[in-house]
Design a binder for this molecule. Structure first.
Ligand code: GAP
Length: 586
C-alpha cells in the first residue's frame, strides 16, 4: 500500500467507523485508538476465529486475567529490569525518538538495530550524522537512555503497593500455573489461551494501529514435557507458507523459501516441531481472516535478536506496502520456544511450586546421597554459621557426592570456607524407590497481535475499481470477519416494501447473521456504503418480492446479482458464508 493508499485506508477507517484516534475532542492522544462500530464488530469476529482455531479446535483452556498486576510479578518476569527501548531526545525540539528506529530508517543499511548495544547506537548516530526526524537537528553526542515501556500505577491509596499495566497477557497465565495445572489434572501437555489488552508506553507510536500504546494480544502458552511431548505434525504438514530463515537473512542473495510445514521440518528449516506446528496453525488462521498469503511470511529471529531464554523464535510478518512496491514488513505475531524460563522465574520468586509431578511408568530404585550432620560438633565449632553449614553440606551431597570421598569436606557459606571431617557429616548413600519426579514444564508460545492482524486484513482487502463508470472502493473481507454479513434494502420505503424488508432483516438476524438495514438514498449509494465496509452480500426487496416472494442478492466483489426465494435466503447466505456454495453457481 502506498502512502497515499495507506492514508485513504485510515481515512476510510475513520469515516466508516472502523477505528479513529481516541480523545479527538481533547486534541487526540498518540498511540490510543477507539474501534468504532465496524471495527469493534470486525475485531470481535477476528478474535472469535482465533478462539475457534487456537483454543477450541486445539482443546485448550481460556482464561481472563487482570490487566494490572503487582510489582513482584514483573520483577520475576524480568520486565522491570529489561523491558526497555532505546530513547534519544532531540537537543533542539525536545522530541523523544526510538534510537534504533532512527538507525534503521536511514541509510545505515542496519536492520534489527534493537539488538545493538546503546553505545554502538551512539557511535552509528555520530558516524552517519543522523538527525532528529522532527526538526532535522543532529543527534550526535546525545545520550541513549534505556526507557522502560511499562505503565506504572499504584494499587490502592498511597505508594506502598506499585503495580503495572501488563505489557503482555502471558504473565497473567504464568502466575496462575499452579492452579491451572490442577485444572489440567497435572497432565502435560496442556495449553492455556487468553485474548486481552496489553499496554506499552511506546516512545514513538506510529502507523495508526501498527504501533500503539494499548492493544490486544491473543496468546497461547503451551506447557509441555520436553522429553516426551511431540505435536501431531500431520495435522498441519500440508500447510504451505513462505519461510525466511536466519541464515538466508545473513547471506547475500539468500531468500524466502516457499514450502510446506512438513518439508520445512524435514529439511531443517524449522528446528523445533512445536514451533513448526503452530506456524502451520497460524498460517491457516491468517489466511482465514483474509491475509494475502503472497504478502505474508515467517521470518526466523537471527541469533542477536533472540531473547536470552528463547531457543528458537519465528515471527509472522505481513507486507503493508502497495503490491509491486518495496515491501514494508511488519511483525504480526511471535512464535517462541521459551523453555522453562518463565515457570522457573516465578518458582524462584514466589511461595508457590511451579512444577508438575511426573509419574514414572514403573517405580525406579535410585541411590540418594544424604547427610545427617552432627550438630553437637558443628555448633561449638562454627557458632552462628552452623545451621548454614549443615544446609550447605546437604546441597553439596546432592550435587557433588564425590566431595565426601576424602577425610574432610569444605563448603562455602557467605564467602567463608568451612572444613568439616566427613565422619561428622553423617554422609551416606541410601537406596530409595521413587514413583516419579518434579519437572518444570517447557513453554511454547504463539503470541499474536490482534490490532496488527486486523489492520493487515483491512490493508490486504482494500480494493479500488470501477462499476458502471463510477469509481468504487471496497473491502474484500472474508464473510466470517466482515463487520456485517448482509445489508438489507427496500427499493423504496413505500407500498409495504419497508415493512417486508424489516421482516426479512429480522429473520436474518434471528438466523444469526449481522445485518444492516438501510433505506436512505439511491440503491447504488447504499451498495457503495456496504462495499466500503466489506459487507459481502446485499439483499434488495422490490415489487417482485411482494408478487413472487423472491429478493435480489448481490455479491460484493463481482457485483453479480441473483434472485433467491425469501424462504431460502438464510440457508443460501449460510452456505455462501461457509464456502459450501459460491455465488457463481447459485
Ligand atoms: N508474550 C510475548 C510477546 O508479548 P511480543 O512480540 O512482544 O511478544 C506479540 O508481542 C505481538 O503483540 C506482536 O507480534 C505484535 O503483533 C503485538 N504488539 C506488540 N507491541 C505492539 C504495539 N506497540 N502495538 C501493536 N501491537 C503490538
Amino acid at each position: 500500500m502506498t502512502q497515499v493508499e495507506a492514508e485513504r485506508l485510515v481515512e476510510l477507517a475513520k469515516r466508516r467507523g472502523f477505528f479513529l484516534q481516541s480523545a479527538g475532542a481533547y486534541g487526540g492522544v498518540s498511540g490510543f485508538y477507539t474501534f468504532g462500530p465496524q471495527g469493534a464488530a470486525m475485531k470481535r469476529n477476528v478474535e472469535a476465529t482465533w478462539r475457534d482455531r487456537f483454543a477450541i479446535q486445539e482443546g485448550h483452556m481460556e482464561v481472563d486475567a487482570p490487566t494490572v498486576l503487582p510489582e513482584p510479578v514483573f520483577e520475576a518476569s524480568g520486565h522491570l529490569d529489561g523491558f526497555d527501548d532505546m530513547l534519544v531526545e532531540c537537543p533542539e525540539c525536545g522530541e523523544s525518538h526510538r534510537a534504533d528506529h532512527i538507525v534503521e530508517d536511514t541509510e545505515t543499511g542496519i536492520e534489527e538495530a534493537e539488538s545493538l548495544a546503546p553505545e554502538r547506537i551512539e557511535e552509528v548516530i555520530a558516524e552517519y550524522e543522523l538527525v532528529c526526524p522532527t526538526c532535522g537537528t543532529g543527534l550526535a553526542g546525545q545520550a541513549i537512555e534505556q526507557f522502560n515501556l511499562m505503565f506504572e500505577t499504584t494499587i490502592g491509596p498511597g505508594s506502598s503497593s506499585p503495580g503495572y499495566l501488563r505489557p503482555e497477557t502471558a504473565q497473567g497465565i504464568f502466575i496462575e500455573f499452579p492452579q491451572l495445572a490442577e485444572y489440567a489434572r497435572n497432565q502435560l501437555p496442556f495449553g492455556v489461551t487468553q485474548i486481552g489488552r496489553a499496554y506499552r508506553n511506546e516512545i514513538s507510536p506510529r502507523k495508526s494501529l501498527l504501533r500503539v500504546r494499548e492493544f490486544s494480544q491473543a496468546e497461547l502458552e503451551l506447557f509441555i514435557d520436553p522429553e516426551v511431548d511431540e505435536p501431531d505434525l500431520s495435522a498441519v504438514g500440508d500447510v504451505s507458507a513462505r519461510f525466511y530463515p536466519a541464515k538466508a537473512q545473513d547471506c547475500e542473495g539468500g531468500g524466502v523459501i516457499e514450502t510446506t510445514i512438513q518439508k520445512a521440518v524435514d529439511n531443517g528449516i524449522i528446528a523445533d516441531p512445536w514451533i513448526a506446528y503452530y506456524l502451520g496453525v497460524a498460517a491457516e488462521w491468517y489466511q482465514r481472516i483474509g491475509l494475502d498469503m503472497d504478502r505474508f511470511r515467517f521470518r526466523q529471529h537471527r541469533p542477536g535478536e533472540l531473547a536470552h531464554y528463547s531457543e528458537d523464535c519465528w515471527d509472522a510478518e505481513g507486507d503493508v506496502s502497495d503490491p509491486g512496491k518495496e515491501p514494508d514488513w511488519i511483525e504480526l505475531g511471535g512464535f517462541a520456544y521459551r523453555a522453562d524460563y518463565d515457570l522457573s522465574k516465578h518458582d524462584a520468586h514466589s511461595e508457590e511450586d511451579f512444577t508438575v509431578f511426573k509419574q514414572y511408568d514403573d517405580p525406579v530404585t535410585v541411590e540418594k546421597p544424604t547427610v545427617d550432620p552432627d550438630m553437637s560438633y558443628l555448633g561449638p565449632e562454627f557458632g552462628g554459621a552452623a545451621g548454614d553449614v549443615a544446609d550447605a553440606l546437604e546441597s553439596l551431597a546432592e550435587d557433588t557426592p564425590d566431595a565426601f570421598e576424602g577425610e574432610d569436606v569444605t563448603v562455602e557459606v557467605g564467602g567463608d570456607e568451612y572444613t568439616v571431617p566427613v565422619e561428622k557429616t553423617g554422609f551416606a548413600v541410601e537406596e530409595m524407590t521413587e514413583s516419579g519426579e518434579h519437572i518444570t514444564p517447557h513453554v511454547v508460545e504463539p503470541s499474536l497481535g490482534i490490532d496488527r492482524a486486523l489492520y493487515t486484513a483491512l490493508d490486504h482487502a482494500y480494493r479500488e475499481d470501477e462499476v458502471d463508470g463510477e469509481e468504487r472502493t471496497y473491502l474484500s473481507l472474508p464473510p466470517e470477519v466482515a463487520p456485517t454479513t448482509v445489508g438489507v434494502f427496500p427499493l423504496m420505503d413505500k407500498d409495504g416494501l419497508g415493512e417486508r424488508a424489516h421482516e426479512i432483516a429480522d429473520d436474518l438476524r434471528e438466523a444469526g447473521f449481522a445485518v444492516t438495514y438501510d433505506d436512505s438514498g439511491a440503491i447504488g449509494r447504499r451498495y457503495r456504503r456496504q462495499d466500503e465496509v466489506g459487507t459481502p452480500y446485499c439483499v434488495t426487496v422490490d415489487y417482485d418480492t411482494l408478487e413472487d416472494g423472491t429478493v435480489t442478492i448481490r455479491d460484493r466483489d463481482s457485483t453479480d446479482q441473483r434472485r433467491v426465494a425469501v424462504e431460502d435466503l438464510a440457508a443460501t447466505v449460510e452456505a455462501l458464508v461457509a464456502g459450501e456454495e459460491t455465488f457463481a453457481t447459485l
